[in-house]
Design a protein around this ligand. Structure first.
Ligand SMILES: Cc1cc2nc3c(=O)[nH]c(=O)nc-3n(C[C@H](O)[C@H](O)[C@H](O)COP(=O)(O)O)c2cc1C
Length: 315
């Protein structure tokens, strides 16, 4: 879980309890990812994964500029400047080098499918898919495992192209992908309880991946503003307002006021809104913070990660 919630402590606690903890490489420098991997290895000698963002094409700068214009009053409101809406590849080559050098047991990718030449260099390369078509591409490219992400999932959809993200719920998607895929599947999206984990295992997944269920764990780096919102009862919805890429979060003022204007421009819009979000978070104002959460967030509990893992596997 990028953006703060995922920490070496959380991943280590999950792995130690018999799950497979993941570190988020997204938004961090390659050096910071290396430091996280080493910290994790101090905490546990169990296997773990690192999740890497696949870079996307630059967006139309004019569309980003138009959106920036609509956000100027937000910047004034929070007493900050807008960020520079730059395109970058999130340190792609450098992070691939780090996970290879550090011999990371599992590397998972989201936002696209790396070329076969990259996948085959890795011992365990997992690719997130949100449609049967993406699953076919990823399997063909040599993914060892497909992470099948339903529309219920918290935060960004892992679609290869944002505009091609379908609308399939996890159970429908899992059944469709299971019909054709030969590699193991990891089911993801809206899973919060042991019976739900058992349900996806019955429907053909080899494992379940959960994000939102761990957001309130003491080991998670989830901000206080985000934790407070998770205790509320607002609905979740999909939005591009914060980052220029479709993601699910708890509906708040910023989503309502800017969702309709936001272009497809990731990571340009992520950088553009970052100072706003940081300022709002610091003030404890949930109105302009990206409150990522899956559809089942009302079931999130403030439990140590190890206890959660044990409960989730107890069906
Ligand atoms: C706060 C948060 C951050 C996330 N960050 C990432 C990420 O960096 N990379 C990724 O592949 N998935 C990320 N996800 C998505 C999860 O991998 C997973 O698909 C999702 O959490 C499953 O749905 P659930 O949240 O309902 O459990 C994130 C999810 C949340 C809630």
């Amino acid at each position: 879980m990028g953006g703060g919630p995922g920490t070496p402590m959380l991943a280590a606690a999950v792995s130690d309890a018999g799950g497979l903890g993941f570190l988020a490489a997204g938004y961090k420098t390659a050096d910071a990812v290396r430091a996280d991997i080493r910290e994790l290895r101090e905490l546990t000698d169990r296997p773990f994964g690192v999740n890497v963002f696949v870079p996307s094409e630059p967006a139309d700068p004019a569309a980003v500029e138009r959106y920036a214009e609509t956000l100027r009053p937000e910047a004034a409101r929070y007493g900050t400047a807008l960020g520079e809406p730059r395109h970058d590849d999130d340190g792609w080559e450098e992070k691939l080098a780090v996970v290879a050098e550090e011999r990371v047991p599992v590397v998972s990718f989201t936002f696209g499918c790396p070329p076969a030449a990259i996948l085959e260099r890795l011992e365990q390369a997992w690719v997130t898919v949100t449609s049967p078509a993406e699953a076919a591409v990823a399997e063909q490219a040599g993914a060892h495992v497909l992470v099948v992400q339903g529309i219920e999932a918290g935060a960004h959809r892992g679609s290869f192209k944002d505009e091609e993200a379908g609308g399939l719920g996890l159970i429908a998607l899992l059944q469709l992908v299971r019909m054709t895929a030969e590699v193991p599947l990891v089911a993801s999206g809206g899973l919060m309880t042991a019976p739900a984990v058992a349900a996806v295992l019955a429907a053909g997944a080899g494992a379940a991946q959960l994000g939102t269920a761990f957001l309130l764990a003491p080991e998670a780096g989830t901000s206080q503003t985000h934790r407070a919102a998770l205790a509320g009862d607002a609905e979740t919805a999909l939005t591009r307002a914060f980052t220029g890429r479709t993601a699910r979060g708890i509906v708040n003022r910023f989503m309502r006021e800017h969702g309709a204007d936001a272009p497809r421009a990731y990571p340009e819009v992520h950088h553009l809104t970052a100072p706003l979000r940081a300022a709002a978070r610091e003030r404890g104002d949930p109105g302009a913070v990206n409150l990522w959460a899956g559809q089942g967030y009302a079931l999130a509990r403030e439990l140590p990660a190890a206890e959660l893992v044990r409960e989730l596997s107890s069906w």
